[in-house]
Ligand binder design. Structure first.
Ligand code: LLP
Length: 434
């Protein structure tokens, strides 16, 4: 992988830090980010918007990886942050990000979460359904604080991706259905709520998308809705949010550079508004995976092997579905390499297994890999998004540590959990004793 070269000893380098040293200092499994790569990606996004000369806002979809350090980093780079829960909101605020830079998503925000957002002075709430309109009206009146909202549209656009991460189709739990005119009904109801200012509309069609076609169709539909809201409902619109979803390269599949897709999305929006004789409003995107995914590498220690003659070769590492459930959930594919030595030419495939007590606990099936030895380090690439964020304590396995690496220096940003951490909230039935 071009982002992760090797040093003279054959160690993989992440942000200029040797994987061998990282594993010694911080232990394994370890999620190591190339901090420079995250910053470069964000700067490339800014550049595309500036070249295309449109008013814009980029929000980082923190669900992909939400910790205080990443919130601070993306804030430093000029991004807003999307949060989808009280916990993500808490993390961003605790990191010192101003509430005005945060936006709350979710199809079932609890009253506590909405209150917390309103009291904090959140930048915007993306309102998802009619019950939430009622709740927002009640809670903003009670708090005596108005709130800006975007209306989430379910646009009926299918993105070509995994069903579980495709969100724009009509049959979805998210947003107001466009086909049955729920969006217009929402505009009408929101107009009657004095403490809510409707600043625009939002849609998100899915995740891990490479194809601009879905975004083109989306832009056309959203431009029509935008014009209606502005003209027919006289709402104070200034924002069109087209969501996130830009795909990244996991293995050797064809993956166009993410900046190209973004440019295509921006041009589609420009064209859709131009066709209506309108200037494009503030274009807002909310990428998660494309910002942090490629920059993350998970380092595991190789433990045991099992060779089943004529069937398969298993190599087991010291993590698995607890720190990366994406194969188990989505059948996700990953690429990996030995990180502690220059790997020999692979002469047989190895399947990378986790240490959990179930057969579905796999990270990679049939990967061409130099024969691994116990004690080797295995680096799995492109694990920066939706891994730590979805980590679990299955089998009471502690969550890994996370480090940011840059210019040869590593900074711990999430401490490794201990066995005691895993049992921290347990209330024993009686005093444990002999
Ligand atoms: N905006 C909204 C409203 C979303 O629902 C999402 C992702 C994003 C933005 C960011 O999408 P991204 O740029 O990261 O593709 N756990 C799954 C992905 C779930 C995505 C959920 N929504 C996975 O591991 O693939």
């Amino acid at each position: 992988d071009a982002h992760f070269p090797r040093n003279a000893e054959g160690h993989l380098l992440i942000g200029g830090v040797s994987a061998v040293h990282l594993a010694l200092q911080f232990g394994t499994p370890l999620i190591a980010y190339d901090e420079g790569l995250i910053r470069d990606t964000i700067r490339a996004f800014h550049r595309v918007f500036q070249e295309e000369r449109v008013p814009y806002q980029i929000s980082y979809a923190s669900k992909a990886f939400c910790t205080m350090a990443i919130c601070q980093l993306v804030h430093e780079e000029g991004l807003g942050i999307d949060v989808v829960s009280g916990g993500e909101l808490y993390t961003a605020l605790a990191a010192g990000v101003p509430a005005s830079k945060l936006h709350l998503h979710g199809n079932n925000k609890t009253p506590e979460e909405l209150e917390y957002a309103i009291e904090s002075g959140i930048g915007a709430v993306i309102v998802d359904n009619f019950d939430e309109i009622d709740l927002l009206a009640e809670l903003t009146a009670k708090a005596g604080r108005p709130v800006d909202v975007l209306v989430r549209v379910a646009p009926g656009v299918e993105a070509h991706t995994h069903d579980y991460i495709s969100t724009g189709q009509q049959d979805s739990k998210f947003g107001f259905d466009l086909a049955s005119h729920q969006v217009q009904e929402a505009f009408a109801r929101l107009k009657g709520v004095e403490t809510v200012r409707v600043i625009g509309i939002h849609a998100h069609i899915g995740s891990q998308i490479f194809d601009v076609n879905g975004f083109q169709l989306l832009a056309e539909r959203m431009a029509a809705v935008y014009e209606q809201g502005l003209r027919d409902f006289e709402l104070p619109f200034s924002v069109l949010n087209l969501g996130g979803g830009f795909g990244i390269q996991y293995t050797d599949e064809e993956a166009p550079p993410v900046a190209d897709l973004l440019r295509g999305v921006i041009r589609a929006a420009k064209a859709a508004f131009a066709a209506r004789g309108m200037a494009v409003p503030t274009l807002w995107i909310e990428p998660g995976r494309s910002i942090v995914g490629p920059a993350g590498v998970t380092l595991y220690r190789v433990g045991t092997r099992k060779i089943i003659p004529g069937v398969r070769n298993y190599v087991a590492i010291d993590g698995g579905m607890t720190d990366n459930p994406r194969l188990a959930l989505y059948g996700a594919k990953y690429h990996a390499t030995l990180a502690n030595r220059l790997p020999d030419v692979p002469h047989r495939p190895w399947s990378v297994a986790g240490k959990c007590c179930e057969s579905g606990d796999m990270l990679i099936w049939d990967l061409p890999l130099a024969d691994p030895e116990p004690g080797d380090l295995l680096a799995v690439f492109a694990t920066g998004a939706y891994t730590y964020a979805m980590a679990s304590h299955y089998n009471r396995i502690p969550k890994p540590a996370v480090v940011f690496c840059r210019d040869g220096e590593a900074k711990l940003v999430v401490r490794r959990e201990t066995w005691a951490d895993v049992a921290r909230l347990d209330e024993p039935l009686r005093e444990p004793g002999p």
